[in-house]
Design a binder for this molecule. Structure first.
Ligand code: FAD
Ligand code: UDP
Length: 376
């Protein structure tokens, strides 16, 4: 008899949600994480009373009421509405692409004028497709919003973020961004949106209450031992690493954060400013205090900013974004075929499924797939 029903490798939202459900159904769980803290990428570090999103800005948004109610039972969320601003060579544009953006870009003041301008801007690209679907991100962007917006607000940012030409990137990445003919700067279309009051650690603490955890513990350092300690392993690390990179390494993008405390109450007036030209080396600047205006630290004369530099992932770095291009997708399929034959290992989350999951997707996936399993 193994000591635990489940060994959960990784305490991010996939692992923590799985552990919560299993524990609730009387299963004995151990959660291990190689980092010195729990929570995976949503972990926040408190500095000057401000909750610094250590692995990049995280805004929770969902249209799934079950997921929203689920997270709110552990910590109340505020109503933070993400409204990033793009800075292109010193000129500011609201995001996502909406009437404010079109006004700043072309001086158009009505939806009809904006639509006419967009149609004119995308005409050439639409004709060049001859009725087929856009095959890459450049084609998708040009046929969605046209030339000016593509060149000023998309091309530089996307190529910095992904380190690849827009013509080499999949079209779906840009479909995440809404295009609206209203003066609405809300970046997301979802019904629910916010930040946990007091930071994401409260959510993770709530999920993992009463569950045994070990941090600074890498599964691969003592793999044979860990494999014996539980009936089933829930693996949320890198799938290619799990299989010893036998078919080769999957590629990731990572982000280097340059975080700085500044002696001013309000540095940039917004949580997120994107730098969309190709000359400025960072993609965006996050001012963390704006995520929680209800926090008393919002009024202090200090603020914390992080500049984000996107780079190619190498061993020893944090793998953040899977690169879902053709080459990597084909490689992932080979690992997935091995994973499908495992009887005692569950693979889940951004790294194990090599998938661009948002937080709510990960939670939804666990609730949909595994809650019924425990109930039978
Ligand atoms: P992770 O949070 O990555 O957790 C995996 C855990 O496994 C990590 O803690 C890792 O240390 C651990 N681990 C890996 N290998 C091992 C091992 N060998 N042994 C032990 N432990 C191991 N989503 C949103 O909804 N909104 C946002 O605004 C948003 N912004 C984001 C910004 C950035 C920069 C990034 C990278 C992601 C963002 N996301 C956002 C996505 C969000 O972070 C993920 O959906 C979520 O964190 C996925 O959870 P996970 O458990 O799959 O992975
Ligand atoms: N994007 C862009 N300009 C911007 C912001 C985003 O071109 O100012 C593109 C970019 O290709 C990015 C995609 O839109 O990869 C999705 O952006 P989002 O902010 O949703 O990505 P995240 O970094 O949160 O995963």
């Amino acid at each position: 008899m193994a000591q635990y029903d489940y060994l959960i490798v990784g305490s991010g939202l996939f692992g923590a949600t799985f552990a919560y459900l299993a524990n609730k159904h009387g299963k004995k769980c151990l959660v291990i994480d190689k980092r010195p803290h729990l929570g995976g990428n949503v972990y926040c570090e408190e500095t000057e009373g401000i909750h610094v999103h250590k692995y990049g800005a995280h805004i929770f948004h969902t249209s799934n009421k079950e997921v929203w109610d689920f997270v709110n039972q552990f910590v109340p969320f505020n109503r933070y509405t993400n409204s990033p601003v793009a800075n292109y060579k010193g000129k500011l544009y609201n995001l996502p692409f909406n009437m404010n953006t079109f006004y700043a870009m072309w001086g158009v003041t009505t939806p009809q004028e904006a639509l006419a301008k967009i149609n004119e801007q995308k005409k050439e690209a639409v004709e060049a497709l001859h009725g087929r679907e856009p095959a890459n991100l450049e084609e998708q962007a040009l046929t969605l919003v046209g030339k000016d917006i593509y060149e000023k607000l998309i091309k530089g940012y996307t190529e910095k973020q992904w380190g690849r030409k827009c013509t080499e990137l999949p079209a779906f990445i840009i479909k995440r961004l809404p295009v609206r003919l209203t003066f609405d700067n809300n970046y997301f279309n979802d019904a629910y949106q916010g930040i946990p009051i007091g930071g994401y650690n409260k959510l993770v603490e709530g999920l993992l209450t009463g569950i045994e955890t070990k941090t600074s513990t890498d599964f691969f350092v003592n793999r044979t031992y860990w494999e014996k300690c539980a009936d089933t392993i829930v693996f949320t690390g890198k799938i290619d690493e799990f299989y010893g990179y036998q078919f080769g390494k999957l590629e990731y993008r990572t982000v280097r954060f340059e975080t700085e405390t500044i002696a001013t109450q309000n540095y940039q007036g917004n949580a997120v400013i994107n730098y969309t030209d190709s000359e400025i080396p960072y993609t965006r600047v996050i001012e963390h205090k704006h995520f929680e205006p209800e926090n008393p630290a919002w009024n202090s004369e200090k603020t914390i900013i992080s500049r984000e530099y996107s780079t190619e992932w190498k061993d020893g770095m944090e793998p953040f974004y899977p690169v879902n291009d053709e080459k990597n997708s084909a490689l992932y399929k080979k690992y997935k075929a091995l994973a499908d034959n495992e009887k005692h290992v569950i693979f889940g989350g951004r790294l194990a499924e090599y998938k661009y999951y948002d937080m709510d997707d990960v939670i939804e996936e666990v609730l949909d797939r595994y809650d019924p399993l425990f109930n039978f």
